[in-house]
Design a protein around this ligand. Structure first.
Ligand code: TYM
Length: 333
């Protein structure tokens, strides 16, 4: 019975092309869960407009992202895949939860601080209250687990605070969600800037899922390492952040441990190590890229997936929203 399964939910903003950080930190850990969990994954388009977007690009990337989700192994027959803005309950619960989220809490969010520093000319209200909408995204579906990369943990923790506050007043309305952070791949750093997380804003250090194999290989060959020649391939994030990042990526795509990786490259330099990591990534992404291109060509299929997804998600979301509206004293419609 579907209702007895535990639930999982997560989303990615279609604000840029999906990259290796999104894949290893999040999406890779969503696939193959559908037997055990009732899974909901969405394109967080409402979140993207906290930063200015070009409308045609946003529309295109949202559909590309859906094709890439499916190509990453999320079978739409077994997972509910939908577009956030198609399920109006997100905006509605987002408003309610904004009234149960404190100014001080929102002010402490790292993503808000980063983005407001980057976009000084557009520090809008949505950017600030974004975590209440994210809490609504999560809580509408009453999930047990929220699989995200390390950088989203703070938002899930805030969601947990909101649950505690809300349930403390109104009784058991929301289930307490747990973040699920993968062991390998939770924080992939930029290949050219290993001190900051991989992000589309530094494209030369960012590997995109749809990128050509030769471009991916070139980016890995140019990855920043260090001048250690004695025992180069060893895991020491404090002193060798570039190498630690490459080992982390290699571990995440091959399933090997750091000890195994050190043994494999013992006595070898970066000239061998960097292309080997590049090759492993190319081979992991190749089938995804080919499958995504094939799926993207079938617009009618994609439309049928997101329409069915929105219907199913809307049903689950409405159940929670009704309960919330009743608890807080809104007259039933
Ligand atoms: P977003 O769109 O920035 O990133 C999507 C997912 O990718 C992970 N991620 C990374 N993981 C490892 N290394 C990296 N360099 C890296 N960069 C990104 C993120 O941790 C995330 O899991 N607010 C969210 C989207 C969202 C959401 C939600 C997620 C909206 N509502 C509800 C879960 C549940 C965001 O901006 O992620």
């Amino acid at each position: 019975m579907e209702d007895q399964k535990r639930r999982m939910l997560s989303g990615v903003q279609p604000s840029g092309d999906l990259h290796l950080g999104n894949y290893l930190g999040a999406i890779k850990n969503w696939a193959d869960r559908a037997e055990e969990f009732d899974c909901y994954y969405f394109m967080a388009d409402m979140h993207t407009i906290t930063v200015r977007q070009t409308p045609a690009d946003l529309r295109r990337r949202t559909l590309e992202q859906l094709a890439q989700y499916i190509a990453c192994g999320l079978d739409p027959e077994k997972n509910t895949l939908f577009i956030q803005s198609h399920v109006h309950q997100h905006a509605e619960l987002g408003w309610v939860l904004g009234c149960y989220t404190m100014f001080g809490e929102l002010s402490r969010m790292t993503q808000f601080k980063d983005k407001s520093a980057k976009h000084k000319e557009n520090i809008n209200g949505g950017l600030f209250t974004y975590p209440s909408l994210m809490a609504a995204d999560i809580l509408l579906y009453q999930p047990d687990l929220v699989p995200v990369g390390e950088d989203q943990k703070q938002h899930v923790e805030l969601t947990r605070n909101i649950v505690q506050r809300f349930n403390g007043i109104y009784g058991d309305v929301f289930k307490m969600p747990e973040p699920f952070i993968p062991k390998a791949g939770a924080r992939i750093m930029g290949l050219t800037t290993p001190e900051s997380k991989m992000s589309k804003s530094v494209p030369e250090g960012c590997v995109f899922l749809m990128e050509k194999p030769e471009d991916i290989a070139r980016k890995f060959k140019r990855a920043v390492t260090d001048s250690d020649t004695e025992n180069p391939v060893r895991y020491d994030p404090a002193h060798k952040p570039g190498v630690a990042n490459l080992m982390n990526i290699y571990a995440a795509v091959t399933g090997k441990t750091f000890d195994e990786i050190e043994a494999e490259f013992a006595g070898q330099g970066y000239g061998k190590f960097k292309p080997a990591v590049g090759d492993a990534v190319v081979e992991t992404l190749r089938p995804i890229r080919e499958e995504a291109a094939r799926i993207l060509a079938d617009k009618a299929y994609l439309e049928s997936v997101y329409k069915a997804g929105a219907e199913k998600a809307g049903y689950a979301a409405e159940k929670t929203l009704r309960k919330v509206y009743k608890k807080i004293g809104f007259v039933a419609r």
